[in-house]
Design a protein around this ligand. Structure first.
Ligand code: NG1
Length: 724
């Protein structure tokens, strides 16, 4: 007999309180500063409000040196049965920064503080994050708790937002997360604004909400973390550091932190939670709901802020909102938030959207990805754009341009390929890849595809289409797949078109980083952004011959892949990595062995992969030390190897490379698989026009001239996004 089991109780959320800040502007440790009428700190108000809103446990992120102080102060709460634990924020972290860079003293920032709390969080169940020195009010915690109990489809993060003007201080500039919202109420982007002040400073008298009343509508000025001046509407929404999350955010944050570290941050650069969530939201990897707060906010940035906060708390206490001595008054937690409660800010399932996925150039490391070796591409500003409407039925109905006619297929029947070379195969590949990965696609998409990446030019228009299609389908169905997992599954999926490709293009399109090249490693897939030095440009030049990877280039490409595998096997080597990472002596002996034992063609294929693998390592080092002359020489060697050993260049590509070098490029090479497509030339910014002029004159004019699609300067762009 089935017993009467109690209905499953929803998980009470945990509140992570960030209390490790250095209080530099406040002048003394402010997290335990007595502010309430009975001497309670804002941190104690946060715990009080959160308990009443149904939060079940608390994790305080503190500096090790102050842990005892917090412990002693909060002991009465523990004795009253409040589940409270500590996480110490250090500069080192076993997995993320085993050894902090020399000279780093400043904490890593709010995003890192959350990662420091991860080990103290329950494995399941949502959590919220707040700052110890901010007062958000009970309604904010209630709104967050309700939304975490019943998140709208696909939303995996929340932030409570406040009108910007009401969050400023009369005593100096403050930092705030400036929110831009999509029409469905989710976050489009958040920019960390620094030194924010009301423009009409002279008329101000108080701080917080009082100040807003004093000046009415106005603008707020400040700078971004990159130092650019900004001016925003005083009514815009600001994030004050009160967030709600599900545990899936933690690996995504860790990944963003690794990318932050890889970009060699300066001693004062911080990994802001706001910027990390903004990046994940823009990339379509963590939809973040905005919960606009009806009530005011107050906090302590400068010593002068204290008086205003104390006065407000006195008023609230007199009005009966809080007990006079909050520190000794028992708290009566509310029941856990009910899962069926509607979210405060109802979000609709998306009805339409736009998925945009960039193409890429590969700076160096050709025909290496399918051999498991690292490559160094960069995402382009040119992209594939899929504007879609969400369909109720599981079908895909898309149209393209004049060369790419309409097609349709169902998602609830086996997905069969269209005839070889048909563009729908890339969309089919994306859908099949997701379905094979057990992603349920109940809703379809209808819409149109347009693009600025030239097709079949080795700039990865095909993978950009695969990525855009996958993001649109995921978005339409409120599903999420972690980005590297998505890149890997789409690389496998794209083989549906018959090309046994590697995984470079899908990863580059998904993980592009503005101003950065990407080192992509395989097995397991990892992406590390590498900054591109200022003052250098890559000119992209089409050979005017299409390299159709779903057509004529397919067999020679697959043949190369098979030859590489055979060469490795004949040499009795387990992996190419082992060859490429050998020391000088060992490498020379492997190469000598290859020359002796392999038939001529396999020997040449072998030599290309082995030397190109080592060139990528050297090229990344050259890029990091901004030695672009060395980078250019490596590009030249790469081209020679692709031409002479790998046999994938063409006379036109060789000619472009030569003209560009003669015109002053530091290096030039074919990019992508070859067999036609494009070449790239590295040149100083001041030489780019000269190099393009020489190409126009010597290569394109005799062939009847070219348009802007065939000859342009590449700019390293961010990765694929999907927005409503
Ligand atoms: P292009 O040329 O962009 O189609 C192809 C492969 C890459 C890589 C390069 C050669 C696909 C989708 N693309 O790129 O994986 O192997 O050739 O380095 O398979």
């Amino acid at each position: 007999m089935k017993g009467t089991e109690p209905a499953e109780r929803p998980e009470r959320p945990t509140l992570v309180i960030l209390a490790a800040g250095r209080s530099t502007r406040f002048g003394r440790a402010k997290q335990l500063e007595p502010v309430g009428p009975g001497g309670a700190s804002l941190l104690e108000y946060a715990i009080h409000d959160a308990l009443r809103a149904g939060f079940g446990r608390f994790v305080l992120v503190v500096r090790e040196s102050r842990r005892h102080e917090f412990d002693a102060r909060l002991a009465p709460l523990r004795r009253a049965g409040v589940a409270l634990s500590f996480a110490c924020q250090r500069l080192a972290h076993a997995d993320l920064v085993p050894l902090p860079p020399p000279g780093r003293v400043r904490p890593w920032g709010t995003g890192f503080a959350v990662l420091a709390a991860a080990a103290a969080l329950p494995r399941r169940g949502p959590f919220a994050v707040c700052n110890a020195d901010d007062f958000y009010g009970r309604a904010a915690y209630e709104s967050l708790a309700r939304s975490l109990a019943a998140p709208p489809p696909g939303v995996r993060a929340f932030t409570v937002s406040y009108p910007l003007a009401g969050t400023l201080s009369a005593f100096g500039g403050v930092s705030r997360g400036l929110c831009e919202m999509k029409p469905d109420g989710t976050l489009l982007r958040m920019t960390e604004g620094l030194d924010l002040r009301l423009e009409r400073e002279a008329t101000r008298t108080g701080s917080g909400a009082e100040a807003t009343a004093a000046v009415g509508r106005s603008a707020v000025t400040g700078t971004t973390t990159a130092g650019t001046s900004i001016r925003v509407d005083a009514d815009s929404q600001a994030c004050m550091g009160l967030w709600g999350f599900f545990p899936e955010i933690l690996p995504l944050l860790a990944e963003r932190f690794r990318a932050f570290l890889a970009a060699c941050p300066g001693a004062d650069d911080e990994f802001y939670l706001s910027e990390a969530v903004s990046h994940l939201a823009a990339a379509g990897r963590a939809r973040c709901g905005l919960l606009p707060s009806g009530k005011g906010w107050m906090g302590l940035t400068f010593p002068g802020d204290r008086a205003g906060a104390a006065a407000s708390l006195r008023q609230l206490t007199t009005a009966g909102a809080y007990p006079a001595d909050l520190r000794t008054s028992p708290v009566h937690p509310e029941p856990a938030p009910r899962a069926q409660a509607p979210p405060v800010h109802p979000l609709q399932a998306p009805r339409r959207g736009v998925a945009i996925a960039p193409g890429r150039i590969n700076l160096i490391g050709e025909h290496l990805d399918y051999n498991g070796l690292s490559v160094l591409p960069m995402a382009l500003e040119r992209n594939i754009r899929l504007e879609f409407e969400v369909l109720r039925q599981p079908a895909v109905e898309l149209t393209g341009d004049a060369d790419h006619g309409p097609f349709a297929f169902r998602l609830d029947r086996p997905i069969e390929p269209a005839p070889q070379g048909h563009w729908s195969n890339y969309v089919r590949a994306a859908a099949k890849g997701l379905l094979d990965h057990d992603v349920e696609l109940k809703r379809g998409i209808g819409g149109k595809v347009a693009g600025t990446v030239p097709v079949a030019e080795g700039l990865s228009s095909s993978s950009a289409l695969v990525v855009a299609s996958a993001l649109a389908l995921l978005h339409a169905n409120g599903k999420h797949v972690e980005v590297l997992e998505l890149a890997a599954l789409l690389a496998r999926a794209e083989r549906f078109v018959g090309l046994q490709g590697g995984g470079m293009d899908q990863a580059a399109s998904l993980c592009g980083a503005k101003g950065h090249a990407l080192r992509i490693d395989f097995g397991p897939l990892r992406v590390t952004p590498v900054p591109v030095p200022e003052g250098w440009r890559w000119v992209v030049a089409s050979s005017l011959a299409r390299a159709k990877k779903a057509g004529s280039a397919r067999e020679p490409y697959n043949e190369r892949r098979a030859q590489c595998a055979e060469a490795l096997e004949r040499l009795g080597r387990a992996s190419w990595l082992e060859v490429v990472q050998a020391d000088e002596v060992e490498f020379a002996s492997i190469v000598a062995g290859g020359r002796r034992s392999l038939p001529p063609t396999l020997w040449r294929r072998f030599r290309h992969v082995a030397t190109e693998g080592r060139r990528v390592i050297e090229a990344e080092a050259a890029l990091r030390r901004e030695d672009m002359a060395a980078f250019g020489s490596l590009m030249n060697a790469s081209h020679a190897s692709l031409r002479d050993d790998f046999g994938v260049s063409t006379a036109a590509l060789d000619e472009i490379v030569e003209v560009a070098r003669d015109a002053g490029a530091a290096g030039a090479r074919l990019t992508g698989a070859g067999f036609g497509g494009c070449a790239i030339a590295l040149c100083r910014e001041s030489r780019a026009e000269g190099v393009m002029g020489a190409l126009r004159e010597h290569f394109y004019a005799p062939r009847g001239g070219v348009g802007e699609a065939a000859l342009f300067v590449a700019a390293a762009s961010g990765g694929a996004t999907v927005t409503c």
